[in-house]
Design a protein around this ligand. Structure first.
Ligand code: NDP
Length: 315
């Protein structure tokens, strides 16, 4: 069986498509010689393509012979899951790859706020020497973080926070314990979960249940000296409620990697807060990303050809 795998130009948003092609054709994770694989970089012509690796969703796949789509991100909220299911197209995602990158970025946000590093960087640009007031800094040791969503991202964050001496509580639907998490709360107890935390981290997928799950009421449940971190998807938090909470000093600050609209529009008030760290949907970035994707896609090509169930299968 010959599989024709297309790499959609949209993956350029994360890495050059040709790099993934070379990994799949010649790299360590290239499917075995007997896999008989042809790999092309494609844009909107899916003629003859059996499987598509992509960043974004293109409805043209519905009129093609594509049988399997792999999305190079963990989030697949832009993909019409039910339509794909009805059309018999399999969808796989890249969850499992981002625990270390997003985990490290997230403790980086914690450290910036605790140690005041974000302020010194701004001062440096102005050549200003501004030591902190005696009560402006704290240590992470002994502070509590509440991680909302305890999958790949949440566990990566919990492990690193625990290593820094923080207490970790978390929220997930499944009532089983998670390593490095002292107390697990269900979604119905979100308010109780966040009320003692110095940091609250959103790490859930964007679904009908999680859209807007963190709004004015949840921000109000947070301590006034607490920070919100969003590494999930923008619409999980109510952005205008967040701006109001920041203006009213109802919380101490926020680190945001994702937004309701990306890139964050120039007129957004979020750019101007000293106590807000804005990062450009970059928390998962790492230079070996194409290798990790090649490993995952290479394994699934083998399974696809053998007719086995695929790893990270959504549909
Ligand atoms: P996983 O599927 O591994 O984990 C998702 C977690 O969210 C699970 O613990 C799940 O609970 C929990 N969850 C789902 N729905 C709810 C709910 N209603 N209430 C409480 N918890 C809920 O996903 P990942 O960790 O890989 O990724 C999570 C999301 O983060 C992605 O979907 C994506 O949108 C975003 N992301 C952002 C990145 C970035 O660059 N900023 C990078 C990677 C991901 P349970 O364990 O009970 O199933």
């Amino acid at each position: 069986m010959t599989t024709h795998l297309g790499i959609h130009g949209s993956v350029e948003r994360i890495f050059p498509p040709s790099l993934l092609r070379s990994r799949l054709v010649d790299g360590d994770d290239a499917p075995d010689a007997d896999a008989d694989l042809t790999v092309s970089v494609v844009d909107d012509d899916f003629d003859g393509i059996d499987a598509l690796v992509t960043f974004g969703y293109d409805p043209a796949v519905l009129d093609s012979d594509v049988e399997w789509i792999h999305v190079v991100r963990a989030g697949y909220d832009e993909f019409p899951v039910e339509t794909l299911r009805d059309d018999g197209i399999s969808l796989t995602n890249s969850t499992g790859l981002h625990g270390a990158s997003v985990g490290e970025t997230t403790v980086g946000y914690f450290l910036q706020f605790a140690r005041g590093l974000h302020r010194y960087r701004s001062d440096q640009r102005e050549k200003e020497w501004n030591p902190p007031a005696w009560d402006e800094t704290f240590t992470l040791e002994g502070e509590t973080v509440c991680v909302v969503g305890l999958g790949t991202l949440g566990r990566g964050i919990a492990r690193r926070a625990d290593a820094l001496g923080m207490s970790v509580v978390g929220v997930r639907r499944t009532p089983t314990p998670v390593d490095h998490v002292e107390t697990r709360y269900g979604p119905a107890d979100l308010h109780e979960a966040v009320e003692d935390a110095r940091f609250v981290v959103l790490a859930v997928p964007l679904t009908d249940d999680t859209e807007g799950m963190f709004g004015a009421v949840e921000l109000d449940a947070m301590r006034e000296d607490a920070y919100l971190v969003n590494v999930a998807r923008g619409p999980v938090a109510d952005q205008s409620a967040l701006v109001s909470a920041l203006r009213d000093d109802a919380i101490a600050g926020a680190a945001l990697d994702v937004f309701e609209e990306e890139p964050l529009p120039e007129e957004s008030p979020l750019w101007a807060f000293e106590n807000v760290v804005v990062t450009p949907h970059a928390s998962a970035a790492r230079s070996d990303y194409p290798d990790r994707i090649a490993e995952l896609v290479g394994e699934n090509v083998r399974r696809f050809e053998r007719g086995e169930s695929l790893a990270n299968q959504v549909v």
